[in-house]
Structure formats: C-alpha cells, structure tokens
Write a protein that binds this ligand. Structure first.
Ligand SMILES: NC(=O)c1ccc[n+]([C@@H]2O[C@H](COP(=O)([O-])OP(=O)(O)OC[C@H]3O[C@@H](n4cnc5c(N)ncnc54)[C@H](OP(=O)(O)O)[C@@H]3O)[C@@H](O)[C@H]2O)c1
Length: 215
C-alpha cells in the first residue's frame, strides 16, 4: 500500500507499489502456499494470473519447485458470490488449478476444469470457505492477496494468523482510491481492528510491516 493506505489508483486502477525485493518476497510466499485467494473485485480490476513467477526466485525457486514436484502450482481461489467475474479472466484459463467459492444462489457455469464450492448464505462465509479449502483441496497454508473487502473480511473474522504489508514511499491521495481495508465502518475505536506489532524492516524504497491479528 501507499503511505496513505491506498492499494490502487482512482477508481481501483492497479498501482504497482512494490519494488523488486517486495515482488520477490510475494513470489516466495506464493511458492510456499497451497493456495492464493482474492475477491471478485481484484479479478475484475487487475485480472491477475495468480501464478508463481519462478524466474524471480532464481535457484531458490528451482529448489522449491523440485520439492513440490513437476508441474505443481498453488490453487487459485476467487470469492465470487454472484458469478460476476468476467469469462475472459486469466484465472479461468486452465493454466493452474483453480477454484471458485460462491453461493447456492449463483447458477453460473464455470469452465469444467474449475472446482466450484457453492456455500449457503447471501455472501461467501469466510470461515466456511476456509473449512472447504482445507477439507476438499487440502489447503493448509493460504495466502490472501486482496483486495480491500476481502482483507477486511479476513481481519474482522480473525481467520488469518499473520498480516504483512509493504508500505511504499508514495502518497496516492484523493477519495476514489481503495484503501487497505473496506468492509463495515468503525464508528468507535472498539469497532476497529486491533493488531499486534511484530516488526518493521526496510525493503526497496519502503518498509515491510508485520503484525499478528488481535491484541
Ligand atoms: N496493492 C495490492 O497489493 C492489491 C492487491 C489486491 C487488490 N488490490 C486492489 O484492490 C481493489 C479491489 O478490492 P475490492 O475491495 O474492490 O475487491 P475484492 O476485495 O478483491 O473483492 C471483493 C468482492 O469479493 C466478493 N466476496 C465474496 N465473499 C466475500 C467475503 N466473504 N468478503 C469479502 N468479499 C467477498 C464480493 O463480490 P460479489 O458479492 O460480487 O461476489 C466483494 O465485493 C482493486 O482496485 C485492486 O487493484 C490491490
């Protein structure tokens, strides 16, 4: 995110805020994760491939790849309540295992190679989704990359055990850029999300912050 807490440009247009060391850090986490999860908004705005860019990890990447087995890739997961992601989305291209977590009210048909979880409720219930990922896909280590609404759900439901954020030395400003946390307003401090500071480390032109959720 930028120093003023924005994770994209006005209207949600993608902003490359990471430098080379942070990009490599994220690829390392992807390579060690069983799955990478984003929300419908991120797929619509960024159209990410959610693949591991092994070339950024050099010999370390080769070693992880060998230990994971030929052709291995982390699952790509999208929360898509009403079937709103574009049919042309890169995560639907069949190039890596992919799952959509949606609700029973969504009757959209996804490509046959995509695993689909249809959960009860008006929106995808995050703890329920995590249970499905564990039980059906064997996901034990999950990387949640965004965007604002999904990060809010994860932090508010206390379903993450480590929270890291790279803060770039840049201010985006304005009022039409998404910030790190969407979701419900905090009308009092009691309704805000407490975190426990675990460390800060200079990285690229900015700083990597690490927190545990809760006080
Ligand atoms: N800087 C970064 O590192 C970074 C990383 C990722 C994204 N981004 C930015 O984030 C922005 C997108 O954020 P966003 O908040 O609009 O979208 P988002 O968090 O990616 O997706 C939110 C959508 O996911 C669906 N959803 C289903 N179940 C959910 C649940 N339990 N909790 C939350 N959402 C759930 C909902 O849409 P439906 O009801 O339609 O299913 C919801 O509107 C983009 O501008 C992107 O560029 C930045």
């Amino acid at each position: 995110m930028s120093l003023d807490g924005k994770i994209a440009l006005a209207g949600g247009r993608r902003a490359r805020l990471s430098g080379p060391a942070d990009l490599e850090r994220v690829q390392r986490i992807r390579a060690h994760s069983d799955a990478i999860l984003v929300g419908r908004g991120t797929v619509e705005k960024d159209d990410p491939s959610l693949r591991v860019h092994w070339e950024l990890l050099g010999p370390e990447g080769e070693e992880i790849r060998r230990s994971r087995g030929a052709g291995w890739a982390p699952w790509r997961i999208c929360l898509d309540t009403r079937g709103g992601i574009p049919a042309s989305s890169r995560i639907l291209d069949g190039s890596a295992p992919t799952a959509i977590i949606t609700t029973r009210a969504n009757s959209r048909r996804y490509p046959p190679h995509v695993r689909v979880a249809s959960l009860p409720g008006p929106q995808v219930d995050l703890p329920e989704a995590l249970r499905w990922l564990r039980k059906e896909l064997g996901v034990r280590r999950l990387l949640v990359e965004g965007g604002s609404a999904v990060i809010a759900s994860v932090l508010r439901s206390r379903t993450c055990d480590l929270f890291t954020v790279f803060v770039a030395s840049r201010l985006i400003g304005g009022s039409r850029s998404p910030s790190l946390l969407a979701g419900p307003d905090s009308r009092t401090l009691d309704e805000s999300v407490p975190l426990t500071f675990r460390g800060a480390q200079p990285l690229d032109d900015g700083c990597l912050l690490t927190y545990l959720p809760g006080e």
